[in-house]
Design a protein around this ligand. Structure first.
Ligand SMILES: [Zn+2]
Length: 317
């Protein structure tokens, strides 16, 4: 065999090897979850606007065959003269073949409100979604912790888990969270003011930050779990998602993901890993597992400071 021939063979062989970790894990899987339904800022929106926003989010999910579970704060349904219309906007999720879960009645933090007040808010958050699910021959089975606050001490955390289990809930974990809510307020404000330059900037940063957070979570997964488990992405019902979820889903597909149900994601053995994480600050499950192992995660991508600054200014702090 000539030297040239050997070189060619080596070249061909090396071309067939994965060039990066992105290609190495070709069968990535992610479940989509969308919190704070019927949507961020729903209190100040009309039922018609909520219906339109919901329809756009659902159309984007359907176009990409992405299953999703939406997590509801029922307090947002109670606006005088609009309760029925708001319930119907929520019902679109189930009519479109998606699932709904409980996110407490008024978004109560377990860590900041204490166990009893939080338990009351979980119970108060059930009746409408339970009824709507029953009308679609489905049962209420998922709970998502507001702020991902799972308990500030281990006793509270375990008591809360036992309470949720007794009421028939599975806790919906999160492994990928790029704080879309933080972009959403800036986006809505720019849209109201007709600031097209800022709108473009927000969307560009929203997409690039999600890409960076996915890359970080994939690396953290390999470091902590030993492989990339079926991920669970946290998003929020918002005008930003209504207008740009399609682009986000395409970006996720480009990273090699296919979309699966939350039920399929939770079959991954990673979700049975030891988890003793407790803190006043809620965090994602990859961080739970890393900290439980005594390996606090490093190198998270910085949230775009220009968006953080604008969010602070909008909220007046
Ligand atoms: Zn929430």
């Amino acid at each position: 065999m000539s030297r040239h021939c050997l070189c060619m063979m080596l070249l061909v062989f090396s071309l067939r090897l994965p060039a990066s970790s992105t290609q190495a894990a070709a069968d990535r899987q992610v479940a989509i979850t969308i919190d704070d339904l019927p949507g961020i800022g729903a209190e100040s929106m009309t039922a018609a606007a909520l219906t339109e926003m919901t329809s756009k989010i659902l159309a984007a999910l359907r176009q990409d065959n992405a299953p999703a579970v939406g997590f509801v704060n029922e307090v947002k349904l109670y606006k005088r003269g609009e309760v029925d219309a708001r319930m119907q906007a929520l019902n679109l999720w189930l009519d479109s073949g998606f699932e709904l879960g409980n996110h407490t009645f008024k978004h109560t933090s377990l860590n900041r409100s204490g166990l009893e007040a939080w338990e009351d808010d979980v119970i108060q958050g059930e009746p409408v979604i339970r009824m709507l699910l029953a009308q679609h021959k489905m049962k209420l089975r998922y709970f998502r912790h507001p702020y991902l606050d799972t308990g500030a001490d281990l006793e509270t955390r375990r008591k809360a888990e036992a309470f949720l289990s007794r009421r028939g809930y599975l806790v919906a974990p999160v492994t990928v969270d790029a704080w879309d809510w933080n972009f959403a307020g800036v986006y809505e404000d720019a849209k109201k003011r007709g600031d097209n330059n800022l709108l473009e900037e927000v969307v560009r940063l929203f997409l690039s930050y999600h890409d960076a957070v996915f890359a970080y979570c994939e690396q953290l997964s390999r470091d902590v779990v030993g492989y990339e488990p079926r991920q669970v992405l946290l998003l929020h019902g918002s005008q930003l998602e209504a207008d740009h979820l399609r682009e986000l889903l395409q970006l996720i597909r480009k990273r090699g993901y296919r979309f699966i149900t939350l039920e399929q994601a939770l079959l991954d053995p990673a979700y049975s890993l030891p988890d003793t994480y407790v803190s006043i600050e809620g965090r994602g499950w990859l961080e739970h597992w890393a900290i439980t192992k005594g390996k606090p995660p490093q190198g998270a991508p910085e949230f775009p400071p220009q968006i953080a600054e604008r969010t602070k200014a909008l909220r007046g702090y």
